[in-house]
Design a protein around this ligand. Structure first.
Ligand SMILES: *[C@@H]1O[C@H](CO)[C@@H](O)[C@H](O)[C@H]1NC(C)=O
Ligand SMILES: *[C@@H]1O[C@H](CO)[C@@H](O)[C@H](O)[C@H]1NC(C)=O
Ligand SMILES: *[C@@H]1O[C@H](CO)[C@@H](O)[C@H](O)[C@H]1NC(C)=O
Length: 438
């Protein structure tokens, strides 16, 4: 596949590039001020592959159920790591001591007393479901090329190791002159009970010409069969370091620390069509319109914020926790909150015990979200909310907002929501910005 890159490297933002005369001698920016646009490709797993959510307009209940299980593993695992790293609990999180889930790692005092290791095995391959937002990333010198899923809901970067043969691009340490080893091991456990390991390495990671050197990542020496059909080679996490399984600074944070990007901010336009864009080092004014609604990150692990949900612009849920996650397709709400939401959707009812809700396809309704600090509602496009018919010829449609206890008292605002807006992730001021698409 050919990917076009439009580079804007070394284009200094005005604030840094235009010193006012009264400042005396022109000041140089503290570091090369760069930002870059990375076109994202929507890579659906396609019909017939394990993760398609619908076939010929009919929802696939098994795959939809699998997506909810994956979300539970992802967020329960992240909540555990957040607790291990910060000593703080995400809302609604209960630590479950699971000895089968422990990996070897550095045991510090307090955690050792609990019998817990600092690093825990976590599911990785199931981090993405359904639609994926992938772009080009290279590792090492000379560059080894990958197509990577960018995920704001995790904080590790991993690719398959050269010893793995699963049809994906793989990383060869011996082929890179900038590779260095670490003593760390990355442990992964799968939903089906199997577990694998991979060494943690450091190397130069490059996205569209912007390079982070000595960046930690995992080279997975075993990758489960379920990953074979995944359109991306690996996952690049863009959450906070506190949920990193490797326990090191994530890629984007390294980029900023090394002065490669001018602003500690990145932005996503997932796009209605197959034309998404990830913007590293700020936000792309050509991609949004109107004011940006900023809201503070309440827990610096996931991109978690507070806000309200609305049905037909009437509030159904207030003071909810929202996690912005480009790596989850759906919107997922805690079961009691989903029930309160669908109570206001005309004709809606539970679709069996699947966790999903269905509604009469011919009843139009809207879901909207607002964020703390503003009353502005952002409405989900109805085309993204409809996952398909419950069965062929049915009058009932499955909603893209589902109920699931993910181990944290929070909603996941996945691509069903994020495709409808421009979203900005600001590590500098620890806030999320949301704006209407241009
Ligand atoms: C990297 O280091 C680990 C731990 O010391 C070691 O087991 C492994 O063989 C090393 N990997 C390579 C490719 O040298
Ligand atoms: C708005 O929601 C409240 C409950 O939250 C409900 O009592 C009221 O009837 C709703 N209004 C409309 C116009 O649907
Ligand atoms: C939707 O379809 C049902 C069943 O055919 C019908 O009874 C109902 O009146 C329709 N509603 C609308 C708003 O068209």
């Amino acid at each position: 596949m050919h990917v076009h890159l439009s580079l804007l490297a070394l284009a200094a933002p005005l604030a840094l590039a235009s010193p006012s005369p009264s400042d005396g001698p022109a000041r140089l920016p503290p570091h090369p001020a760069a930002h870059v646009r990375i076109p994202l490709t929507k890579r659906s797993s396609g019909l017939g592959t394990p993760r398609a959510f619908s076939h010929n307009g009919v929802a696939d209940v098994d795959n939809l159920k699998q997506a909810l299980k994956s979300a539970t593993r992802k967020f329960t695992g992240g909540a555990e790591r957040y607790y291990m790293r910060t000593g703080k609990e995400l809302p609604g999180f209960k630590l479950v001591k699971d000895v089968t889930n422990l990996a070897t790692g550095v045991v510090d005092g307090a955690l050792g007393a609990l019998g817990l290791s600092k690093r825990q095995s976590q599911t990785l391959t199931e981090y993405s479901d359904g639609l994926l937002w992938a772009g080009p990333v290279s590792i090492g010198t000379p560059a080894q090329e990958f197509v990577i899923n960018f995920d704001t809901g995790s904080s590790d970067f991993w690719v398959p190791d050269a010893s793995v043969s699963n049809g994906h691009s793989t990383y060869s340490a011996s082929a890179s002159s900038t590779w260095t080893n670490t003593t760390d091991h990355f442990s992964i456990s799968y939903g089906d009970g199997s577990s694998v390991n991979g060494p943690v390495y450091e190397d130069t990671i490059t996205v569209a010409g912007l390079s982070a050197t000595k960046q930690h990542f995992a080279s997975a020496t075993t990758v489960s069969a379920s990953f074979t059909d995944d359109p991306g080679d690996g996952v690049l996490g863009m959450g906070y370091e506190s949920i990193s399984n490797i326990g090191e600074k994530p890629f984007f944070n390294t980029l900023f620390e090394q002065g490669v990007v001018s602003q500690n901010v990145f932005s996503f336009n997932l796009g209605k069509e197959d034309a998404g864009e990830l913007y590293l080092g700020g936000s792309d004014a050509a991609r949004y319109t109107g004011d940006i609604t900023y809201t503070p990150v309440t827990q610096q692990g996931y991109w978690m914020v507070k806000g309200s949900a609305y049905v037909n612009h009437n509030a159904s849920n207030t003071d909810a926790n929202f996690i912005m996650d480009t790596g989850t397709t759906l919107i997922i709400a805690p079961p009691t909150e989903a029930a309160a939401f669908f109570k206001q959707v005309p004709t809606a009812r539970k679709w069996g015990s699947s966790g999903y809700y269905m509604y009469r396809c011919n009843r139009s309704w809207s879901a909207s979200f607002s964020f703390d600090g503003s009353d502005k509602q952002f409405t989900v496009s109805s085309e993204f909310m409809n996952l398909g018919l419950i069965s062929e010829g049915s009058l009932w449609c499955v909603a893209g907002l589902a109920a699931q206890n993910i181990g944290v008292d929070a909603w996941i605002l996945g691509d069903v929501f994020l495709r409808s807006v421009y979203s900005i992730y600001d590590f500098d001021l620890n806030r999320v910005g949301v704006a209407d698409l241009a």
